[in-house]
Design a binder for this molecule. Structure first.
Ligand code: MTE
Length: 327
């Protein structure tokens, strides 16, 4: 039976480490805990959480036009875990899977500040209290032209933002990833090109859109570190780099925030970054994608769809905008 996570009656700052520990346990299915006592026990006790603990969530349903579900074949979990972009752990697609276990994800908190009536810092357990976790099967398309279909587990970002009561001045959201050099070899490397911490942004209406998900799991289990544990964003109609991983900070603002990739190369990476086969990346076409698993001999090449196939749900957000200019 599913449990509903009730918001605690005490401020998160007063919650002891023991109650934090117990509440994180609530996220994990009792059945799963029984089956995996040793692994679950050590991960929950604050050692390195490498993902894979069973979650309690509402399974995806093939429901109407919301776009929360696709019947396209799901990408095998191994491909999603092994072929990653998480530059904090290295530039190679295999580096995150090799190095991300170094990141400590428990305890974890997110601070929310800026144009909100109730700024504050909440630990992960408190963030999850009050939400029912749900599964969403989304297409995910990277700017480098590979794509996958992933069953994410999470809750709408809008539900989290509403708890902090955005003010009338709230027009944009900025997200920041954990920046912990000692646990992130990619940030110490001389080949690192990003101005850390990794930063991303959304317009307020994009952030509040029901498709925009805060994910804490995939394939029914907690996220592996390399996929952004313990909590990441998933914005399915935008190129993958908007889906920022391992978030520790959210700032609500009046002004459009600077993002890592825009700062690095504004000609190649715009603020909006909506998946758009009609607008090429300056160095390659965006008309096709390689759906993982894909090999040199079997590239699994398919045409890319506008807004990654979510046109019906999100085109209205951009009415009247020149999407060649606002790429
Ligand atoms: N978030 C952080 N903090 N650092 C990153 O390097 N890479 C982005 C995005 N989120 C990235 C990040 C890019 S380029 C992509 S395509 C997706 O994560 C990849 O997500 P996945 O590895 O889980 O498939």
């Amino acid at each position: 039976m599913r449990k509903r996570y009730q918001a605690p009656a005490i401020a998160s700052s007063e919650i002891t480490s023991e109650s934090t520990y117990l509440k994180r346990r609530e996220l994990i299915k009792a059945a799963g805990l029984a089956a995996l006592p040793a692994f679950a026990g050590s991960a929950l006790a604050g050692e390195k959480d490498t993902g894979g603990l069973p979650l309690d969530y509402k399974a995806a349903v093939e429901a109407g036009p919301a776009g929360f579900y696709t019947s396209e074949p799901q990408t095998p979990m191994a491909d999603v875990k092994d072929y990653c972009n998480f530059y904090e752990f290295g530039m190679d697609k295999g580096d995150p899977a090799r190095n991300a276990h170094e990141m400590t994800t428990d305890p974890w908190s997110i601070s929310v500040s800026g144009a909100v009536n109730k700024p504050g810092k909440l630990n992960l357990e408190d963030i999850l209290s009050g939400f029912d976790l749900e599964e969403r099967i989304y297409r995910f398309r990277c700017v480098e032209a590979w794509s996958m279909v992933v069953p994410w587990v999470g809750f709408p970002l809008s539900a989290l933002l509403e708890r902090f009561e955005p003010t009338n001045n709230a027009r944009f959201i900025e997200f920041r990833t954990l920046y912990r050099r000692s646990e992130m070899p990619g940030t110490r490397s001389f080949t690192s090109i990003i101005d850390w911490p990794y930063r991303e942004g959304l317009r307020m209406d994009e952030a509040m859109h029901p498709l925009t998900l805060m994910s804490v799991g995939m394939y029914g289990k907690t996220l592996a570190n390399q996929n952004g544990a313990p909590i990441r964003l998933v914005v399915p109609w935008k190129y993958g780099f908007k889906s920022i991983k391992s978030i520790v900070e959210i700032k609500v603002s009046e002004r459009q925030p600077a993002t890592s990739w825009e700062g690095l190369n504004p000609r190649e990476y715009g603020f909006y970054s909506n998946v758009n086969p009609e607008v090429d990346h300056p160095r390659w076409s965006q008309k096709f994608e390689r759906r993982l698993p894909s090999t040199l001999f079997k590239p699994n090449r398919i045409p890319t769809r506008k807004f990654n196939g979510y046109e019906e749900q999100v085109a209205g957000l951009y009415e009247g905008m020149d999407l060649r200019k606002f790429y």
